[in-house]
Design a protein around this ligand. Structure first.
Ligand SMILES: [Fe+2]
Ligand SMILES: [Fe+2]
Length: 301
């Protein structure tokens, strides 16, 4: 039986048009200036509208969103993003983890992240506060990690807290023993040295060590606003690590134009077959279309 899912990231969908300077403490002020100068031109509502059109007839088990829905994590942005999520799909269809922009400064959870709880939640945890999250759909296990935390001005780092690093091994082991295809998704790159120092996941080495020992079938992330494909070798076989660009980007300042990925998974005699279709936005047509197809055979011991 083939099952499908999709991954998008970094929509940065909010507008700061009505923000007053009184709301802009320290790091938020820098983020606001960055939005005024560049980001409001780079992240386009028209691109996100085209993305919605492209997803209308696409049937999938889960639509994974790996964070950075906002620019500076203001409560009003969380409301704007909730409306966008609700238009994208139900909390049962859309699986979310936050990004560093969604945690620009330390803020009361009640007026920020808790608005997204239904989308952050596991199958058996409706609070959305506990990571790793776990959703199982047929033979697919979706495991969400949160690397979002405030960092000093001009830094865009992420960190997985100890609770997640402690819980992840057992979650991976249990899903493997159930014969599930394990998709681990997180905002920051899980491979040390693949991002600029100021944009890194500070404990990516610890995460990579867990993956090497316990395996996974696929890792997905965003944050860099660039699409690429890497691998982690594990005791159980190699794990593709795929990054997508921002889902709303026009590519005006050196980052990639908006893309997202669709996946189809099927069990084989020796492991899994994973089909990946990269769909990109065309500035000429104003629509998304298939850009690249690849089929990966993942042998598993
Ligand atoms: Fe981003
Ligand atoms: Fe980010």
């Amino acid at each position: 039986m083939q099952q499908q899912f999709a991954h998008l990231s970094d929509p940065h969908l909010t507008t700061l048009e009505k923000v007053g300077y009184g709301q802009l403490m320290s790091k938020r002020l820098l983020g606001y200036i960055s939005w005024r100068r560049k980001r409001r031109h780079e992240h386009s509502p028209e691109v996100l509208a085209a993305l919605s059109r492209d997803l209308v007839d696409y049937q999938c088990e889960q639509l994974i969103v790996t964070g950075d829905l906002t620019h500076i994590g203001l409560p009003d942005e969380f409301h704007q993003a909730l409306a966008w999520l609700q238009a994208l799909g139900s909390p049962q269809q859309v699986a979310l983890v936050p990004g560093n922009h969604d945690a620009t400064v330390k803020a009361p959870r009640q007026s920020t992240l808790s608005l997204w709880d239904d989308y952050l939640a596991s199958d058996e945890n409706s609070t959305g506060q506990v990571f790793p999250s776990l959703r199982i759909r047929g033979q697919l296990a979706f495991i969400g990690l949160s690397s979002a935390c405030p960092s000093p001005p001009l830094m865009a780092c992420g960190t997985l807290d100890k609770q997640q690093l402690d819980r992840l091994p057992e979650m991976l082991r249990s899903a493997r023993e159930q014969g599930l295809f394990r998709i681990v998704y997180v905002h920051h790159s899980p491979i040390p040295g693949t991002e600029k120092w100021r944009k890194r996941m500070t404990n990516a080495k610890a995460l990579q060590a867990i993956i090497k020992t316990h395996g996974a079938e696929l890792m997905l992330h965003g944050h860099g606003h660039r699409g690429y494909s890497r691998e982690i070798e594990t005791l159980w076989g190699s794990v593709p690590v795929l990054a997508v660009p921002s889902a709303s980007a026009l590519g005006l300042y050196g980052a990639d134009v908006a893309h997202y990925n669709r996946f189809a998974v099927e069990k084989t005699a020796v492991g899994w077959q994973l089909e990946v279709q990269s769909r990109g936005y065309s500035i000429e047509t104003g629509e998304f279309s298939a850009q690249q197809n690849q089929t990966l055979q993942l042998a598993r011991v």
